[in-house]
Design a protein around this ligand. Structure first.
Ligand code: NAD
Ligand code: MG
Ligand code: MG
Ligand code: MG
Ligand code: MG
Ligand code: MG
Length: 340
């Protein structure tokens, strides 16, 4: 069983007198910075000179510095910029200031696991990884709750790295929900696998295939959107609350019978498992990481950008946008802050 921690097992006083520099003000960055500030911590945000987020962060009451100044100022330096640019930014603007006794922190282990960042021996290296989007990390905190987090320590130079990491997770609200201990190795590999095979890769392909099947058979695209895409969230909410049993309880017996009869037809068990194992294998042996690094460094993101453009033109996206605009619960305005 994985080791779990809750607020009673953590001590936020390990952050007393510590300055926390949050590098980046995107999805996770704005949530960590604002939650820590509201928890009474001494926080600053480190941004590129001229970043559009500079004014946003200041308007939210945060002090803002350049990345170099923030890295120099902070005792804890949390890197919350895109994984694929972290190594270059770290080498140029953060590494020179990682003096003995400081802590370097991450919300995902990619750059440590694949040795893109190699911190000096004298610093603590920890992970505080919320298992949810940054905007949820903020909204749950504001509502007195939190998003569950993973904690991991790669280097414990001071001997207090775990205590500091858990205190940090109290500060962002995660300990209210629960903290699971893991390693950079396991977090990186399971996170990449989950998002590729199931959550993002798997779900999008499944919805796209379902949508296209109905539309090609002559049904209205709006109907296809509701059945194969819109309802996904309602179903997942039930599973999230009470497992598959809660979903089965809430859906009709006809739907449950169809689940047993047709689920294995669209996702043939043996073949799907074999393909998932191949995806996991590419993550474990570094093939996926190498491909993603090369896509950024050598290929100018041509594959990534063409896929993104292609998806934006897909009928399910166009129909969905139109429908959501007309639904009173549609249009999640708090998702607008995520880039500069
Ligand atoms: P994001 O894309 O929302 O924000 C990244 C920020 O970094 C943006 O403000 C961007 O302008 C800035 N940035 C990009 N390139 C930069 C550069 N060269 N120099 C300086 N700043 C630059 O990113 P995010 O989703 O918040 O991810 C941050 C970290 O959190 C990543 O390690 C990610 O894996 C991890 N994480 C994300 C989520 C999530 O749901 N979004 C969940 C858990 C962990
Ligand atoms: Mg994840
Ligand atoms: Mg991820
Ligand atoms: Mg239905
Ligand atoms: Mg039922
Ligand atoms: Mg993003």
């Amino acid at each position: 069983m994985a080791k779990m921690y809750y607020e009673k097992d953590c001590d936020i006083s390990y952050l007393d007198g510590k300055k926390i520099a949050i590098i980046g003000y995107g999805s996770q960055g704005h949530a960590h910075a604002l939650n820590l500030k509201d928890s009474g911590c001494d926080v600053c945000v480190g941004l590129r000179q001229g970043s559009k987020n500079w004014a946003n962060a200041e308007k939210a009451g945060l002090q803002v510095k350049t990345i170099e100044e923030a890295a120099q100022w902070g005792d804890i330096v949390m890197i919350l910029i895109n994984d694929e640019v972290q190594a270059d930014v770290y080498k140029k603007s953060i590494a020179p200031y990682m003096t003995e006794g400081k802590a370097l922190a991450f919300a995902h282990g990619f750059n440590i696991r694949y040795q893109q960042i190699v911190p000096p021996k004298g610093v603590d290296v920890f992970m505080a990884a919320p298992k949810g989007p940054g905007h949820t990390v903020r909204s749950t905190y504001v509502n007195g709750k939190g998003v569950p987090c993973l904690v991991a320590v790669e280097q414990n130079a001071t001997g207090d790295a775990y205590k500091i990491a858990l205190a940090y997770i109290v500060g962002i609200g995660g300990a209210r929900a629960g903290v699971m201990e893991t390693t950079f190795h396991d977090e990186t590999e399971t996170d990449l696998f989950g998002e590729q095979a199931v959550l993002c890769g798997g779900v999008v392909e499944l919805m796209k295939c379902g949508f296209e099947t109905l539309v090609e058979a002559g049904y209205e695209p709006e109907n296809a959107y509701f059945e194969c895409i819109h309802e996904m969230k309602l179903i997942i909410d039930l599973i999230n609350k009470g497992g598959v049993a809660a979903m089965n309880y809430s859906i009709s017996d006809t739907a449950e019978f169809g689940e047993y009869v047709s689920g294995p037809r669209v996702l043939p068990y043996e073949e799907t498992k074999k393909n998932m194992k191949a995806v996991l294998n590419d993550i474990q042996d570094g093939t996926f990481a190498g491909r993603w690094i090369a896509e950024n460094k050598s290929f100018g993101r041509t594959f990534f950008n063409s896929k993104r453009a292609q998806l934006a033109k897909h009928q399910m996206e166009i129909v969905g946008e139109e429908l959501r605009r007309n639904m009173i619960w549609g249009g999640d305005k708090d998702l607008d802050t995520a880039s500069n």
